[in-house]
Design a protein around this ligand. Sequence first.
Ligand code: ZN
Ligand code: ZN
Ligand code: ZN
Length: 230
Amino acid sequence: MLESEVQAMELLSAEVELSTSPLNSNNENERTRKTWRQRISDQVCDWDNCKEEFYLSFVGSHAFVKNRCSKCFVELRFYIKCTACLGSYCYECDQRQHLTSPFHHRTFLSEMHSKVLLPTQFVDCNGGLINQDVFVPCVAPNTCASCSENGTLRAQCGPEKIAVIKKEGRFDLTWTEFICSSCTAVISAKQSDFVASGWWPGSPNTKTYLFSMNLLVMWNHLSHKTPGTS
Ligand SMILES: [Zn+2]
Ligand SMILES: [Zn+2]
Ligand SMILES: [Zn+2]
């Protein structure tokens, strides 16, 4: 749109506003109105003024700094930073926190290195990388199928691998099973347990993929509301 047309629209809308607003007799309000060009120019100026501060803050957030663990407050020689929890953790607290939260974006930071960690990668006491199986977060059934006790099932890793697909990408995890604290029976999670937890299987008969329900909802909106998407 031509600039003259924009200015004409602004003049028209200013006239309408002044004629309908109860403040139309307020000369100060009239004087402080800015044109579109002035408003954009002020915004550019505001961004210019804080550009360096924001840049330093962004770059600094990826650097190693002397730190304490956000959970246990131990002094850290190296740490794991999580952008989902917004915390920096020692290797022990990281394991406690993220063995059951595999979808957080974590970075291992030391004075010499930084590395983005997979959901199954953790750090040992010397700062070395270790691999550990992580199960798909799943709501445990209320009742143990073996002893009929309520609330005794706890999730743990099963023997099979499974790929979980979310908006953020693919996560290679382990099928979930439940162990009963009363009768010690081990029960593999059913696909219906995953559906109840927001994960839909790629196929009812295979244990290959689980799709996040949020991803399927987003895909439904994209394919039905956005022309040209199929
Ligand atoms: Zn800690
Ligand atoms: Zn986290
Ligand atoms: Zn039981």
